[in-house]
Design a binder for this molecule. Structure first.
Ligand code: M6P
Ligand code: ZN
Length: 194
């Protein structure tokens, strides 16, 4: 069937896509992901804060289509660990993604199934290219600012949360002396030991 071109409005001042209703992810949906379990329980007990909102412009999950959208990741911490997205591999592993940072300061934590890892900086104007096979998670390391970024990926890629839900990413981003630092995740095991 003929696909018709269309336009949507990314409203940067309002940090939204005007035609889209956001998906809201709260702290409770990241159970087991923050390394300081006591801090997680304490933060959850004070209410279940919104960590991020995703304005998606979804397209049919077929080869050739592109889904895109805008994510707003709020500032905050659970213990020393900054607010972050769940993170995922693509269900179709051989698919990549592009992220264009519009506001705030963040890190993109990435890793492959073999355990290679990379941390990229996100700041306004930075475009992070996530190659096929790399899981990705965004982290807001700013001091009270929203991290805002636009993303595009192949619409048939899908999301695979399993491996990340089980043991998280190899690296964590935490505050050390007021600045973001990359540390090892003690729960992470190399592929041969899983
Ligand atoms: C990005 C995109 C989306 C994704 C969203 C939230 O902006 O990659 O596809 O859904 O982040 O991340 P997650 O699904 O890991 O919670
Ligand atoms: Zn993705």
């Amino acid at each position: 069937m003929l696909q018709l071109p269309f336009t949507f409005t990314l409203n940067q001042a309002a940090a939204c896509i005007e035609e889209s209703t956001p998906i809201v992810r709260r702290l409770s949906s990241l159970q087991g992901q923050f390394f300081d379990q006591a801090a997680y329980t304490a933060t959850l007990a004070q209410g279940d804060p919104v960590l991020y909102q995703v304005y998606a412009v979804d397209r049919p999950a077929v080869v050739g289509e592109l889904s895109s959208g805008l994510t707003i990741l709020y500032p905050g911490r659970v213990g020393d660990e900054y607010f972050m997205t769940k993170g995922h591999f693509h269900a179709v592993l051989e698919t990549g993604e592009v992220y264009y940072c519009l506001g705030g300061e963040g890190r993109m934590v990435m890793e492959t199934p073999e355990g290679d890892w990379h941390v990229a900086e996100m700041r306004p104007g930075a475009v992070v290219y996530v190659p096929p096979r790399w899981a990705h998670r965004s982290v807001n390391v700013s001091n009270g600012e929203k991290l805002v970024f636009f993303w595009v990926y192949p619409a048939h890629a899908g999301h695979d949360y399993g491996a990340i839900e089980r043991q998280g990413f190899r690296k964590l981003i935490v505050a050390r002396d007021g600045a973001p630092a990359v540390i090892d995740n003690p729960r992470w095991l190399p592929p041969a030991q899983r």
